[in-house]
Design a protein around this ligand. Structure first.
Ligand code: ZN
Length: 244
């Protein structure tokens, strides 16, 4: 089984289309998403349509909850809240129901998915330290859990069962055959925040225990223009150009 893992697409249709084109020759069996399909970006309807058309399996992110009306964006920044409200006005009731009904976690052959952490998935806790990853690594039924939320590509590895020692890896080519468990963030398709503005995605080959991170440039000027035309805060176009 060969998966592609897409993180935090955030209604950036230009980046999503570019990533899907890049995947075509890669021989992927299934495309996965770790949530936040919408929010921040100007093309929520088209993004949902494209995700469904491509048969992408997705979990639900905090922005998917806010944009579908499943929760109020109380802890969102001002611009994120404004776009969540704008997105609610753009989406049909059927689209909002579809988003609201996405699962919080998924257990698949060879890996699990959650938006933020696998333990307490509804709380959308940020994984910023090794310690934040520990409960997820203890609870997942498979060896690898893919998560999003921070928009920063990184892997946290537990080499041996029962070991409290965890390590970070920012390698773009990981051999996981000698790793007991791994929590991996494939970065963000639609709003990278690691100062590399290219769209990010991961490829996981279950049989070969190999994970690779890919980056593809996309037409940021076109996407920035879509942001400005939609009338959502123009700061969201500028951050795409900077990758923050
Ligand atoms: Zn996000």
């Amino acid at each position: 089984m060969r998966y592609a893992i897409l993180g935090d697409i955030h209604a950036n249709l230009t980046a999503l289309e570019t990533v899907l084109r890049a995947l075509e020759p890669m021989g992927v069996d299934q495309i996965l998403s770790v949530g936040d399909l919408v929010g921040y970006g100007p093309s929520p309807k088209e993004t949902i349509e494209r995700v469904r058309e491509a048969g992408i399996l997705s979990v639900r992110g905090n922005h998917d909850e806010a944009c579908s009306g499943r929760m109020e964006p109380l802890f969102f920044s001002d611009s994120a809240r404004r776009v969540a409200e704008w997105t609610r006005g753009e989406l049909s009731d059927a689209e909002k129901c579809w988003l609201a009904d996405l699962p919080l976690t998924l257990d698949l052959e060879g890996c699990s998915l959650a938006h933020a952490t696998y333990d307490y998935p509804r709380e959308f806790r940020r994984v910023t330290t090794l310690r934040d990853a520990r409960a997820t690594l203890e609870r997942i039924p498979s060896r690898v859990c893919f998560v999003g939320h921070t928009h920063v590509p990184v892997a946290i590895l537990q080499r041996e069962a029962g070991s409290h020692e965890l390590t970070y890896s920012v390698s773009s080519d990981l051999d996981l055959s000698a790793t007991h468990r791994a929590l991996i963030n494939p970065g963000s398709v639609g709003q990278p925040r690691d100062e590399d503005p290219r769209a990010a995605f991961g490829i996981f080959d279950v049989e070969r225990s190999r994970y690779q991170l890919h980056r593809v440039p996309y037409d940021i000027a076109q996407e920035a223009e879509r942001v400005r035309r939609a009338g959502i805060p123009s700061f969201l176009a500028e951050r795409l150009e900077l990758g923050v």
